[in-house]
Each structure stands twice: as C-alpha cells, then as structure tokens.
Design a protein around this ligand. Structure first.
Ligand code: PRP
Length: 216
C-alpha cells in the first residue's frame, strides 16, 4: 500500500490533475465527506488528509510514504530527513512582508526601528530580517495574520500572498517579497527503498505531468 499525505484546499485541488495523469482517481470528496483516509481507484494507493503543517512530519516519520507540501512549510519544518525529488509547480504564491496602508515601512527600516513582526513563518522571517540587518521581535501566530497590524499587535506581518485580495480587504500593503512558493513532492527515505518500483513510477508520472503542463 502506498500512502500519500495531502492537505485540504488548494494543494489537494491542484494535486488531483497530477494524480489523474498517473491514472489515479480519488474516490471521496473531502468537501462533502468527513473521512480522513480516502480510497482511490488503485487498490494499492490511498490518500490521507492532514493539516498542511503536519505533512512533512507524517512523511518523515512513516505515517505516509509520500506527501505534497509547500516550500514555506518545508522550510519551517526543516525537511532534512525527507527526499524531495520534484517541484510540482502547483499552489504557487509568494511569501511577503505586509504592513498597514498608513505605515511608512521604508522609513522605519531606514531609521533602524525595531519592528514587531507577526507570522506563522518564524524561521523564514527571522532569516530574512537578519540578512537585511533589521531588528525584529517575532510574534508567532497560527492564522489570521492580517489582524495583527490592525489591532496594534504588530507593525508588520510575514504571510503568503496569492491574489493580494486578503491584504487589500484588510487595508494592508505588500512592501517586500521574500520568496516565491510552490509545492513539492516529499518522500520517506525508507519507503523509497522498500517500495521503490511503485514510488518511482509515481514520481515519474508526476514529473511527466509537470513537464507537459509547462510546455502546453
Ligand atoms: C493564505 C494567507 C492569506 C491568503 C492570501 O491563507 O494566509 O490569508 O491565503 O491569499 P490572497 O492573496 O489570494 O488573498 P490560506 O487561505 O492559505 O489559509 P491560512 O490562513 O490557513 O494560511
């Protein structure tokens, strides 16, 4: 049995066409079912639904053979025990610094002010501001980052931006782009040895689907 860990939402939705290219159809719809283990049309393949930030943990510890996870999550997790064969070029977005529309970020940085930065991405934010030589106090949050500058909890946030609509709706502006994000396939190292043939076949099918999409 091959177990693939996915998170609900954009990663799940964007993975379905890749699975289809490998002749795998997921038989349950996570939007209407409460099931966490989803069968596929291939008796030897199943999908487990986990929190996005738990995907690397599941794969690293053998709770799943493979997983699909954002570069943001992988950097925060560390990802050292994972084989990362493929950038799937799905769930693309960026990770950016944002502040209130009326906050003069340039000036604060130039003046060497100490910034309070709220984020779920503490490792990414710490490294980015350290490289810039900006002193920051990092405030770890688990969601709704946009609220932090609006309530006075923080001067800035580091968060994912896709369309920019969430920032706009909350009177925030993007002031720096830290990095582009996409989702990667991660594989458990032991599973790769023990179940080499089916896992290699899946990696090859995904790679072919990614290559075909990039040329079409
Ligand atoms: C992300 C991010 C923003 C939003 C940005 O949240 O935290 O809130 O998407 O997207 P936009 O630029 O297209 O408006 P997500 O929906 O991934 O959920 P999360 O809050 O659990 O991270």
């Amino acid at each position: 049995m091959i177990t693939l860990a996915l998170s609900k939402g954009r990663i799940f939705d964007d993975t379905l066409p890749l699975l289809r290219a490998a002749n795998i159809e997921v038989l349950d719809n996570p939007d209407t079912s409460r099931k966490l283990i989803l069968d596929t049309n291939q008796p030897g393949m199943r999908v487990v639904l986990v929190r996005a930030s738990d995907v690397p943990t599941y794969v690293e510890n053998g709770g799943a053979d493979l997983g699909i996870t954002g570069k943001d999550t992988l950097i925060e997790h560390g990802g050292s025990g994972l084989y990362q064969p493929l950038d799937l070029q799905i769930a693309k977005c960026r990770i950016s610094v944002a502040v209130r529309n009326d906050f003069d970020y340039e000036r604060a940085v130039k003046q060497g002010s100490r910034l309070r930065v709220a984020t779920k991405y503490v490792a990414i934010a710490r490294e980015f501001f350290a490289a810039k030589g900006v002193h920051v106090d990092l405030i770890k949050l688990y969601g709704s980052m946009e609220l932090a500058p609006l309530t006075g909890l923080a001067d800035a946030i580091v968060d994912l931006v896709s369309t920019g609509n969430t920032l706009k709706a909350n009177h925030l502006k993007e002031v720096e782009r830290i990095m582009d994000i996409s989702s990667r396939l991660v594989v458990n190292q032991a599973a790769l040895k023990l179940k080499q043939a089916p896992i290699r076949a899946l990696i090859d099918a995904f790679a072919a689907a990614v290559a075909e999409r990039s040329t079409s």
